[in-house]
Design a protein around this ligand. Structure first.
Ligand code: EPZ
Length: 407
Protein backbone atom coordinates (compact mmCIF):
# COMPACT_ATOMS: atom_id res chain seq x y z
CA UNK A 1 0.00 0.00 0.00
CA UNK A 2 2.83 2.38 -0.86
CA UNK A 3 5.83 3.60 1.05
CA UNK A 4 7.86 6.77 1.39
CA UNK A 5 11.59 6.64 0.77
CA UNK A 6 13.20 9.63 2.48
CA UNK A 7 16.85 10.66 2.23
CA UNK A 8 16.98 12.90 5.28
CA UNK A 9 19.37 15.37 6.87
CA UNK A 10 19.10 17.95 4.07
CA UNK A 11 18.36 21.56 5.03
CA UNK A 12 14.84 22.47 3.94
CA UNK A 13 13.76 25.99 3.10
CA UNK A 14 11.23 27.94 1.11
CA UNK A 15 7.45 28.24 1.03
CA UNK A 16 4.80 25.54 1.50
CA UNK A 17 1.13 26.24 0.79
CA UNK A 18 -1.92 25.15 2.78
CA UNK A 19 -4.77 23.53 0.85
CA UNK A 20 -8.48 23.33 1.62
CA UNK A 21 -9.52 21.71 4.89
CA UNK A 22 -10.13 17.95 4.67
CA UNK A 23 -12.41 18.03 7.71
CA UNK A 24 -14.45 20.90 6.27
CA UNK A 25 -14.65 19.56 2.70
CA UNK A 26 -15.90 16.11 3.74
CA UNK A 27 -18.93 17.22 5.81
CA UNK A 28 -19.85 19.69 3.06
CA UNK A 29 -19.65 17.02 0.36
CA UNK A 30 -21.80 14.54 2.28
CA UNK A 31 -24.26 17.29 3.26
CA UNK A 32 -24.95 17.78 -0.47
CA UNK A 33 -26.95 14.53 -0.40
CA UNK A 34 -29.41 16.43 1.79
CA UNK A 35 -29.37 19.59 -0.36
CA UNK A 36 -31.22 19.59 -3.70
CA UNK A 37 -29.12 22.10 -5.59
CA UNK A 38 -26.19 22.81 -7.86
CA UNK A 39 -23.15 23.68 -5.78
CA UNK A 40 -19.81 25.10 -6.88
CA UNK A 41 -16.94 24.38 -4.47
CA UNK A 42 -13.58 26.14 -4.64
CA UNK A 43 -10.35 25.08 -2.89
CA UNK A 44 -11.45 21.45 -2.54
CA UNK A 45 -8.32 19.55 -1.36
CA UNK A 46 -7.00 17.02 -3.87
CA UNK A 47 -6.86 14.04 -1.51
CA UNK A 48 -8.04 10.44 -1.63
CA UNK A 49 -10.73 11.00 1.02
CA UNK A 50 -12.36 13.68 -1.15
CA UNK A 51 -12.13 11.44 -4.23
CA UNK A 52 -13.91 8.72 -2.26
CA UNK A 53 -16.65 11.11 -1.08
CA UNK A 54 -17.24 12.25 -4.68
CA UNK A 55 -17.50 8.60 -5.81
CA UNK A 56 -20.17 7.99 -3.17
CA UNK A 57 -22.08 11.10 -4.33
CA UNK A 58 -21.99 9.82 -7.92
CA UNK A 59 -23.35 6.46 -6.74
CA UNK A 60 -26.38 8.36 -5.39
CA UNK A 61 -26.81 10.01 -8.81
CA UNK A 62 -24.96 13.29 -8.37
CA UNK A 63 -23.54 14.87 -11.53
CA UNK A 64 -20.05 16.32 -11.18
CA UNK A 65 -18.12 18.74 -13.38
CA UNK A 66 -14.43 19.29 -12.67
CA UNK A 67 -13.02 22.71 -13.51
CA UNK A 68 -9.45 23.91 -13.03
CA UNK A 69 -10.25 25.84 -9.85
CA UNK A 70 -13.56 24.37 -8.74
CA UNK A 71 -15.91 21.38 -8.77
CA UNK A 72 -19.61 21.70 -9.64
CA UNK A 73 -21.89 19.15 -7.98
CA UNK A 74 -25.53 18.74 -9.04
CA UNK A 75 -27.57 16.88 -6.40
CA UNK A 76 -31.05 17.80 -7.67
CA UNK A 77 -31.86 14.23 -8.81
CA UNK A 78 -30.68 11.63 -6.30
CA UNK A 79 -31.91 8.15 -5.47
CA UNK A 80 -31.15 6.18 -2.32
CA UNK A 81 -28.64 3.42 -2.77
CA UNK A 82 -26.80 1.32 -0.19
CA UNK A 83 -23.41 3.04 -0.02
CA UNK A 84 -20.52 0.91 -1.20
CA UNK A 85 -19.10 -0.77 1.93
CA UNK A 86 -15.64 -0.78 0.38
CA UNK A 87 -15.80 3.04 0.19
CA UNK A 88 -17.50 3.85 3.52
CA UNK A 89 -15.13 1.55 5.42
CA UNK A 90 -12.19 3.75 4.44
CA UNK A 91 -13.25 7.13 5.84
CA UNK A 92 -14.76 8.24 9.13
CA UNK A 93 -16.61 11.08 7.38
CA UNK A 94 -18.86 8.50 5.70
CA UNK A 95 -20.78 8.49 9.01
CA UNK A 96 -22.30 11.74 7.70
CA UNK A 97 -24.24 9.62 5.19
CA UNK A 98 -26.56 8.78 8.08
CA UNK A 99 -27.67 12.36 8.67
CA UNK A 100 -27.75 13.18 4.98
CA UNK A 101 -29.88 10.16 4.01
CA UNK A 102 -32.24 10.68 6.95
CA UNK A 103 -32.79 14.23 5.75
CA UNK A 104 -33.16 13.43 2.06
CA UNK A 105 -34.82 10.01 2.07
CA UNK A 106 -36.21 9.59 5.60
CA UNK A 107 -34.08 6.52 6.31
CA UNK A 108 -30.46 5.40 6.50
CA UNK A 109 -28.42 2.31 7.27
CA UNK A 110 -25.68 2.01 9.85
CA UNK A 111 -22.62 0.47 8.22
CA UNK A 112 -19.01 -0.31 9.23
CA UNK A 113 -17.64 3.21 8.80
CA UNK A 114 -13.91 3.85 8.51
CA UNK A 115 -11.44 6.24 10.05
CA UNK A 116 -7.99 6.24 11.57
CA UNK A 117 -7.83 3.18 13.82
CA UNK A 118 -5.84 4.73 16.67
CA UNK A 119 -8.76 4.49 19.01
CA UNK A 120 -12.27 3.19 19.41
CA UNK A 121 -14.53 5.29 17.16
CA UNK A 122 -18.13 4.72 18.35
CA UNK A 123 -21.17 6.58 16.97
CA UNK A 124 -23.44 6.36 20.01
CA UNK A 125 -23.69 10.17 20.24
CA UNK A 126 -24.80 10.28 16.58
CA UNK A 127 -27.53 7.66 17.18
CA UNK A 128 -28.64 9.40 20.39
CA UNK A 129 -28.96 12.65 18.42
CA UNK A 130 -31.08 11.02 15.70
CA UNK A 131 -33.37 9.55 18.38
CA UNK A 132 -33.70 13.00 19.95
CA UNK A 133 -34.90 14.26 16.54
CA UNK A 134 -37.62 11.57 16.51
CA UNK A 135 -35.87 8.81 14.55
CA UNK A 136 -36.64 5.12 15.10
CA UNK A 137 -33.60 2.81 15.24
CA UNK A 138 -34.16 -0.84 14.51
CA UNK A 139 -31.00 -2.88 13.99
CA UNK A 140 -28.97 -1.21 11.28
CA UNK A 141 -31.93 0.75 9.92
CA UNK A 142 -32.67 4.27 11.10
CA UNK A 143 -35.99 5.86 10.08
CA UNK A 144 -36.99 9.52 10.36
CA UNK A 145 -40.01 9.99 8.09
CA UNK A 146 -41.32 13.14 9.72
CA UNK A 147 -39.96 16.61 10.34
CA UNK A 148 -37.00 16.49 12.75
CA UNK A 149 -37.61 18.59 15.85
CA UNK A 150 -36.41 18.87 19.43
CA UNK A 151 -33.27 19.45 21.49
CA UNK A 152 -30.06 17.43 21.22
CA UNK A 153 -27.68 17.37 24.19
CA UNK A 154 -24.25 16.08 23.16
CA UNK A 155 -22.33 14.53 26.09
CA UNK A 156 -19.06 15.71 24.52
CA UNK A 157 -18.48 18.33 21.81
CA UNK A 158 -18.08 15.60 19.21
CA UNK A 159 -17.21 16.98 15.75
CA UNK A 160 -18.89 14.09 13.95
CA UNK A 161 -22.01 14.02 16.07
CA UNK A 162 -22.39 17.80 15.67
CA UNK A 163 -22.05 17.53 11.89
CA UNK A 164 -24.50 14.63 11.66
CA UNK A 165 -27.03 16.40 13.89
CA UNK A 166 -26.90 19.54 11.74
CA UNK A 167 -27.27 17.67 8.45
CA UNK A 168 -30.11 15.47 9.75
CA UNK A 169 -32.01 18.61 10.85
CA UNK A 170 -31.78 20.61 7.61
CA UNK A 171 -35.38 19.86 6.55
CA UNK A 172 -36.95 20.68 9.90
CA UNK A 173 -40.33 22.44 9.65
CA UNK A 174 -40.01 23.44 13.27
CA UNK A 175 -36.82 23.98 15.28
CA UNK A 176 -33.84 21.91 16.37
CA UNK A 177 -31.36 23.02 19.02
CA UNK A 178 -28.00 21.29 19.50
CA UNK A 179 -26.42 21.84 22.91
CA UNK A 180 -22.80 20.95 23.65
CA UNK A 181 -21.82 21.25 19.99
CA UNK A 182 -18.28 21.20 18.58
CA UNK A 183 -16.84 24.63 17.71
CA UNK A 184 -14.01 23.55 15.38
CA UNK A 185 -13.46 25.95 12.43
CA UNK A 186 -14.43 23.14 10.06
CA UNK A 187 -17.81 22.80 11.80
CA UNK A 188 -18.36 26.56 11.47
CA UNK A 189 -17.29 26.25 7.83
CA UNK A 190 -19.99 23.64 7.21
CA UNK A 191 -22.59 25.91 8.83
CA UNK A 192 -21.45 28.89 6.75
CA UNK A 193 -21.76 26.79 3.61
CA UNK A 194 -25.23 25.46 4.53
CA UNK A 195 -26.54 28.93 5.34
CA UNK A 196 -25.24 30.08 1.97
CA UNK A 197 -27.21 27.21 0.41
CA UNK A 198 -30.46 28.37 2.02
CA UNK A 199 -30.40 26.83 5.51
CA UNK A 200 -31.26 28.85 8.62
CA UNK A 201 -28.69 27.89 11.27
CA UNK A 202 -27.68 30.30 13.99
CA UNK A 203 -24.76 29.86 16.39
CA UNK A 204 -25.27 30.95 20.00
CA UNK A 205 -22.88 30.31 22.90
CA UNK A 206 -24.92 27.47 24.27
CA UNK A 207 -26.56 25.95 21.18
CA UNK A 208 -26.83 25.71 17.42
CA UNK A 209 -30.40 26.65 16.43
CA UNK A 210 -31.73 25.22 13.17
CA UNK A 211 -35.02 26.45 11.73
CA UNK A 212 -36.64 25.53 8.41
CA UNK A 213 -34.68 27.04 5.57
CA UNK A 214 -34.81 26.76 1.81
CA UNK A 215 -32.41 25.02 -0.57
CA UNK A 216 -30.71 26.97 -3.33
CA UNK A 217 -27.74 26.85 -5.65
CA UNK A 218 -24.62 28.28 -4.11
CA UNK A 219 -20.86 28.44 -4.26
CA UNK A 220 -18.35 28.20 -1.41
CA UNK A 221 -14.59 28.32 -0.92
CA UNK A 222 -13.34 25.63 1.46
CA UNK A 223 -11.45 27.14 4.44
CA UNK A 224 -7.69 26.47 4.80
CA UNK A 225 -6.75 23.22 6.56
CA UNK A 226 -5.70 24.21 10.09
CA UNK A 227 -4.09 20.82 10.79
CA UNK A 228 -2.03 20.98 7.61
CA UNK A 229 -1.00 24.54 8.55
CA UNK A 230 -0.01 23.38 12.04
CA UNK A 231 1.87 20.37 10.67
CA UNK A 232 4.01 22.51 8.35
CA UNK A 233 4.47 25.15 11.07
CA UNK A 234 6.16 22.47 13.21
CA UNK A 235 8.32 21.57 10.20
CA UNK A 236 9.29 25.25 9.94
CA UNK A 237 10.58 25.21 13.53
CA UNK A 238 12.34 21.87 12.99
CA UNK A 239 14.27 23.48 10.13
CA UNK A 240 15.35 26.69 11.82
CA UNK A 241 12.46 28.86 10.69
CA UNK A 242 13.55 28.67 7.03
CA UNK A 243 10.10 27.53 5.90
CA UNK A 244 7.17 29.90 5.37
CA UNK A 245 3.67 28.38 5.53
CA UNK A 246 1.39 30.25 3.12
CA UNK A 247 -2.39 30.46 2.71
CA UNK A 248 -3.21 29.54 6.33
CA UNK A 249 -5.79 31.06 8.67
CA UNK A 250 -3.68 31.74 11.75
CA UNK A 251 -6.85 32.61 13.72
CA UNK A 252 -7.58 28.87 13.91
CA UNK A 253 -4.29 28.04 15.61
CA UNK A 254 -4.32 30.13 18.80
CA UNK A 255 -3.72 27.33 21.32
CA UNK A 256 -1.19 25.68 19.00
CA UNK A 257 0.86 28.90 18.77
CA UNK A 258 0.51 29.43 22.53
CA UNK A 259 2.08 26.04 23.24
CA UNK A 260 5.04 26.97 21.03
CA UNK A 261 5.60 30.51 22.31
CA UNK A 262 5.29 29.32 25.94
CA UNK A 263 8.43 27.24 25.25
CA UNK A 264 10.39 29.99 23.58
CA UNK A 265 9.52 29.74 19.90
CA UNK A 266 8.51 32.86 17.96
CA UNK A 267 5.67 33.11 15.47
CA UNK A 268 5.84 35.54 12.56
CA UNK A 269 2.43 36.13 10.98
CA UNK A 270 2.01 38.21 7.86
CA UNK A 271 -1.56 38.00 6.55
CA UNK A 272 -2.11 34.32 5.76
CA UNK A 273 1.57 33.42 6.00
CA UNK A 274 3.20 31.90 9.08
CA UNK A 275 6.85 31.31 10.00
CA UNK A 276 7.77 29.61 13.26
CA UNK A 277 11.36 30.04 14.37
CA UNK A 278 13.58 30.54 17.36
CA UNK A 279 14.94 28.21 19.99
CA UNK A 280 12.90 26.03 22.33
CA UNK A 281 14.14 27.03 25.79
CA UNK A 282 11.69 25.09 27.94
CA UNK A 283 10.16 21.60 27.57
CA UNK A 284 6.99 21.65 25.45
CA UNK A 285 3.80 20.70 27.29
CA UNK A 286 0.46 20.20 25.56
CA UNK A 287 -2.98 19.04 26.63
CA UNK A 288 -5.34 18.31 23.76
CA UNK A 289 -9.03 19.14 23.87
CA UNK A 290 -12.02 20.24 21.81
CA UNK A 291 -11.60 23.55 19.98
CA UNK A 292 -10.33 26.08 20.93
CA UNK A 293 -8.02 23.85 22.99
CA UNK A 294 -4.90 22.31 21.47
CA UNK A 295 -6.05 20.11 18.54
CA UNK A 296 -5.63 16.37 19.07
CA UNK A 297 -4.70 16.08 15.38
CA UNK A 298 -1.54 18.11 16.02
CA UNK A 299 -0.17 16.15 19.01
CA UNK A 300 1.86 13.52 17.08
CA UNK A 301 3.66 16.28 15.17
CA UNK A 302 5.05 17.63 18.46
CA UNK A 303 6.95 14.42 19.18
CA UNK A 304 9.92 15.02 16.81
CA UNK A 305 10.01 18.60 18.07
CA UNK A 306 10.16 17.49 21.71
CA UNK A 307 12.80 14.88 20.85
CA UNK A 308 14.95 17.46 19.03
CA UNK A 309 14.88 20.01 21.84
CA UNK A 310 14.23 19.62 25.56
CA UNK A 311 11.60 16.89 25.58
CA UNK A 312 8.08 17.47 26.81
CA UNK A 313 4.73 16.07 27.86
CA UNK A 314 1.55 15.27 25.92
CA UNK A 315 -1.78 14.78 27.65
CA UNK A 316 -4.48 13.43 25.32
CA UNK A 317 -8.04 14.12 26.48
CA UNK A 318 -10.03 13.71 23.23
CA UNK A 319 -9.39 10.07 22.35
CA UNK A 320 -9.09 7.24 24.83
CA UNK A 321 -5.86 6.02 23.23
CA UNK A 322 -3.92 8.00 20.66
CA UNK A 323 -0.35 7.05 21.60
CA UNK A 324 0.01 3.77 19.70
CA UNK A 325 2.25 5.51 17.17
CA UNK A 326 4.97 6.08 19.79
CA UNK A 327 6.21 2.52 19.24
CA UNK A 328 6.99 3.49 15.63
CA UNK A 329 9.02 6.46 16.85
CA UNK A 330 10.83 4.08 19.22
CA UNK A 331 12.19 2.35 16.10
CA UNK A 332 13.78 5.71 15.20
CA UNK A 333 15.44 6.12 18.60
CA UNK A 334 12.73 7.88 20.62
CA UNK A 335 12.79 7.61 24.42
CA UNK A 336 9.43 8.07 26.05
CA UNK A 337 7.38 7.00 29.01
CA UNK A 338 3.65 6.52 28.76
CA UNK A 339 1.16 6.40 31.60
CA UNK A 340 -2.54 6.44 30.72
CA UNK A 341 -3.48 9.58 28.84
CA UNK A 342 -0.07 11.18 29.35
CA UNK A 343 3.19 10.56 27.49
CA UNK A 344 6.53 12.01 28.57
CA UNK A 345 8.86 12.51 25.62
CA UNK A 346 12.56 12.67 26.47
CA UNK A 347 15.24 14.45 24.40
CA UNK A 348 16.31 11.80 21.86
CA UNK A 349 18.64 11.70 18.88
CA UNK A 350 16.16 10.48 16.30
CA UNK A 351 17.75 8.53 13.47
CA UNK A 352 16.78 7.12 10.10
CA UNK A 353 15.16 3.72 9.90
CA UNK A 354 12.14 1.73 8.77
CA UNK A 355 8.68 2.25 10.25
CA UNK A 356 5.06 1.36 9.55
CA UNK A 357 2.81 4.42 9.37
CA UNK A 358 -0.14 3.71 11.72
CA UNK A 359 -2.43 6.66 10.93
CA UNK A 360 -2.70 9.97 9.10
CA UNK A 361 -1.24 12.47 11.57
CA UNK A 362 1.37 10.14 13.10
CA UNK A 363 2.44 9.37 9.53
CA UNK A 364 3.10 13.03 8.81
CA UNK A 365 5.06 13.27 12.07
CA UNK A 366 7.20 10.22 11.20
CA UNK A 367 8.00 11.72 7.77
CA UNK A 368 9.00 14.99 9.45
CA UNK A 369 11.34 13.07 11.73
CA UNK A 370 12.85 11.20 8.76
CA UNK A 371 13.41 14.48 6.90
CA UNK A 372 15.45 15.73 9.88
CA UNK A 373 17.51 12.49 10.25
CA UNK A 374 20.63 11.77 8.17
CA UNK A 375 20.36 8.81 5.85
CA UNK A 376 17.63 6.78 4.18
CA UNK A 377 14.34 6.00 5.91
CA UNK A 378 11.56 3.76 4.64
CA UNK A 379 8.05 4.52 5.87
CA UNK A 380 5.51 1.86 4.92
CA UNK A 381 1.75 2.48 4.39
CA UNK A 382 2.21 5.87 2.76
CA UNK A 383 -1.45 5.71 1.61
CA UNK A 384 -2.43 6.63 5.15
CA UNK A 385 -0.83 10.07 4.70
CA UNK A 386 -1.66 10.71 1.06
CA UNK A 387 -5.37 10.31 1.86
CA UNK A 388 -5.38 13.45 4.01
CA UNK A 389 -2.49 15.76 3.00
CA UNK A 390 -2.94 17.40 -0.41
CA UNK A 391 0.03 17.05 -2.80
CA UNK A 392 2.18 15.93 0.16
CA UNK A 393 5.30 14.68 -1.65
CA UNK A 394 5.49 17.56 -4.15
CA UNK A 395 4.99 20.19 -1.44
CA UNK A 396 7.90 18.75 0.57
CA UNK A 397 10.05 18.42 -2.56
CA UNK A 398 9.38 22.13 -3.11
CA UNK A 399 11.32 22.75 0.13
CA UNK A 400 14.27 20.66 -1.10
CA UNK A 401 13.22 17.37 0.51
CA UNK A 402 14.42 14.12 -1.04
CA UNK A 403 11.21 12.09 -0.67
CA UNK A 404 9.60 9.61 -3.03
CA UNK A 405 6.45 7.54 -2.76
CA UNK A 406 6.79 4.08 -4.30
CA UNK A 407 4.04 1.49 -4.60
C1 EPZ B 1 -13.15 14.26 13.80
O1 EPZ B 1 -13.31 12.89 14.11
C2 EPZ B 1 -11.97 14.33 12.84
N1 EPZ B 1 -12.26 13.58 11.64
C3 EPZ B 1 -10.72 13.77 13.52
O2 EPZ B 1 -9.63 14.03 12.63
C4 EPZ B 1 -10.44 14.54 14.81
O3 EPZ B 1 -9.37 13.92 15.48
C5 EPZ B 1 -11.68 14.54 15.71
O4 EPZ B 1 -12.83 15.03 14.97
C6 EPZ B 1 -11.50 15.42 16.93
O5 EPZ B 1 -11.24 16.73 16.55
C7 EPZ B 1 -13.02 14.17 10.68
O6 EPZ B 1 -13.46 15.29 10.81
C8 EPZ B 1 -13.27 13.36 9.44
P1 EPZ B 1 -15.23 13.23 17.58
P2 EPZ B 1 -14.66 12.41 14.91
O7 EPZ B 1 -16.58 12.71 17.34
O8 EPZ B 1 -15.80 13.22 14.48
C9 EPZ B 1 -15.85 10.14 21.17
C10 EPZ B 1 -7.87 13.55 11.21
O9 EPZ B 1 -6.70 13.30 11.51
N2 EPZ B 1 -17.12 9.83 20.54
O10 EPZ B 1 -15.05 14.69 17.86
O11 EPZ B 1 -14.74 10.95 14.83
C11 EPZ B 1 -14.69 9.71 20.30
O12 EPZ B 1 -14.41 8.33 20.49
C12 EPZ B 1 -8.98 12.91 12.02
O13 EPZ B 1 -8.24 14.34 10.31
C13 EPZ B 1 -17.98 8.94 21.19
O14 EPZ B 1 -17.67 8.41 22.25
O15 EPZ B 1 -14.25 12.82 16.40
C14 EPZ B 1 -13.58 10.60 20.78
O16 EPZ B 1 -13.04 10.07 21.97
C15 EPZ B 1 -8.45 11.90 13.02
N3 EPZ B 1 -19.17 8.64 20.61
C16 EPZ B 1 -14.31 11.90 21.09
O17 EPZ B 1 -15.69 11.56 21.26
C17 EPZ B 1 -19.55 9.22 19.41
O18 EPZ B 1 -20.66 8.94 18.94
C18 EPZ B 1 -14.22 12.96 20.00
O19 EPZ B 1 -14.60 12.36 18.79
C19 EPZ B 1 -18.67 10.11 18.77
C20 EPZ B 1 -17.47 10.41 19.37
Amino acid sequence: MGKFIVNGGRELKGEISVSGSKNCALPILFSLIAVKSVTKLYNLPKIKDVELALKILVDFGAKIIYNIDSVIIDTTELEFMMPNTEYVSQIRASTYLLGACLCRFGYAYNQPFGGCNFSNRPIDYHLMAFSALGAEISGDKITLDKSPAGDIYLPNPSVGATVNSVIASLNTEMCVRIFGYAKEPHVVGLIDFLNGAGADISITDEALVISGGTQKNSSYKIIPDMIEAGTYSVLSLMFGGNIKVTGADAEHLGSFFHALTKSGASIQRLGNDITVSGKITRPLRITTGPYPSFPTDLQPQFVPLMAMFLGGQITETVFEDRFGYLSEFEKLGLYYQRSGSTANIFPSKLKNGTTDIPDLRAGAALVMSALRSEGESVLNNSFRVIRGYSDFVNKLRGLGADITEVN
